[in-house]
Design a binder for this molecule. Sequence first.
Ligand SMILES: Cc1cc2nc3c(=O)[nH]c(=O)nc-3n(C[C@H](O)[C@H](O)[C@H](O)COP(=O)(O)OP(=O)(O)OC[C@H]3O[C@@H](n4cnc5c(N)ncnc54)[C@H](O)[C@@H]3O)c2cc1C
Length: 519
Amino acid sequence: MNRDRLVADLQLNKDKIWDVIVIGGGATGLGVALDSVTRGYKTLLLEQADFSGETSSRSTKLVHGGVRYLAQGDILLVKEALQERGIMLRNAPHLTENQEFVIPVYTLRDVILYTAGLKFYDLLSGRLSLGKSYFINRSRTLDRLPLLKADGLRGGIVYHDGQFDDSRMAITLAGGCVENGGTVINYFKVTGLLKNEEGKICGVKAFDLETGSNYDIAAKCVINASGVHTDEIHHMDNPEARPTIRPSQGVHIVLDKSFLQSSSAIMIPKTEDGRVLFAIPWYDKVVVGTTDTPLDTITAEPKPLDEEIDFILRTAGKYLTKPPSRKDALSIFAGLRPLAADPDNPTATREVSRRHKITLSQSGLLSIIGGKWTSYRRMAEETIDRGIKAGLLEKRKCVTKTFSFYSNVTKLRSERLRIYGNGAAEIERMIDEKPELARLIDPRLPYTKAEIIWICRNEMPRTIGDMLARRTRALFLDVRASAAIAPDIAGIMAEELKTDKNWRENQIEEYNRLILNYI
Ligand SMILES: Cc1cc2nc3c(=O)[nH]c(=O)nc-3n(C[C@H](O)[C@H](O)[C@H](O)COP(=O)(O)OP(=O)(O)OC[C@H]3O[C@@H](n4cnc5c(N)ncnc54)[C@H](O)[C@@H]3O)c2cc1C
């Protein structure tokens, strides 16, 4: 992935008609671009900021069917997601894990209810099951979760779901597109839609945020995968378009692993106000969070609300013998869920379905709305199939069900490096040649200089934020440690990306502003 080369290609082929242009480089858009390019369509994806810079790097990091949605009776949604869970764990084994969860239970009713519910969850996952669920008694529950409060505890229900690194998965999808001949460019904003004499969409107007150049780019099929910005693109097509998105904000707090002291995650299906609470081990830390709050404003960097932070800490403290407080938060992050709204009642605050929606406007704009990370592959398949059905694309079969993101057969000295997929072996070779590259940049974070250099050369980071938030997860794992290494990171990036003198200072300043939202 080399931005200069990809932009130069785009300039050289100014008169080219792309088969597919995808607007938005989150989970949805990248999934669509990969589906499209692997079917053999000439594919271009434009992302206005960084890949997965918005919602897709701020998820709970679960590859799941959604136990909660089962309780809401959305069985088909859960079944489809469980199937996709299995496919994602098989196709991206280097970025996914089988995670054990325990639901603590306090009444006989809950023992029966959750045991039955999770048996059904197992059943729905069929051949792609990650392990059977079962009841454990009180003492075995406390063995697994030593910091769980014991008062009134009857036992626990053990079950399995998947876990992953969301932004690394996004970068891997982008890499997969480029490897297969697609063009994906970050910091390139779609500013308008091109229409022919019949009023049909035939391309996009776009703006390169790095060079300031404007482009008119022609395409047979334009796909809007812009997450919470979907309606902005709809308005470019039709200023009268009705709202289709209902944003809803979720907050997560990252704590030291000493707050859980377990490799099992805790899931509390019903807290004091009926919301879910979970505490999940992730990269040697614990991510604690709850379900979302509906919101009216859309921003690229949503701010965690005070009441959300207080709710999470207070509720975690009710269940854990070591209650966390604000000063224990290593990082706090918020994400906006692009839920598909009811067009007749777009601001309804009741639970909006997690199911995705594909729409085709009169002028031929395909939009893919809502859904979840886990289902990105299926959503992409359905979107391209819809483009075929609408006559925008010639018929070709989807191949992503068996598309493997990891073919590394080399035995790694450091298993941790496998998150870089087939690049891990190359990072180890760099360390063999220059052993000093293996030194940790900061003892609080797992990253070495070798990784930072390799990322600069292969994964298209353009800012320190790209490097610290999404290529590595430093911002999410420990915001203060990430700020401490920002000057070193800026130095390495400036050298690798051959930036001008002011870049380093500007980047550090910008990063110091960014982290305020995460502290
Ligand atoms: C708090 C929270 C927790 C979640 N947890 C999970 C989970 O554990 N598991 C799971 O499966 N799902 C989870 N989800 C859902 C999942 O994260 C989302 O469904 C998914 O990331 C949405 O991806 P997206 O590509 O549609 O949106 P985004 O990631 O927001 O991507 C849209 C992109 O479009 C770009 N864009 C917008 N306008 C333009 C333009 N004009 N030109 C170019 N680019 C543009 C934006 O910059 C953005 O990067 C969670 C969601 C939230 C909010």
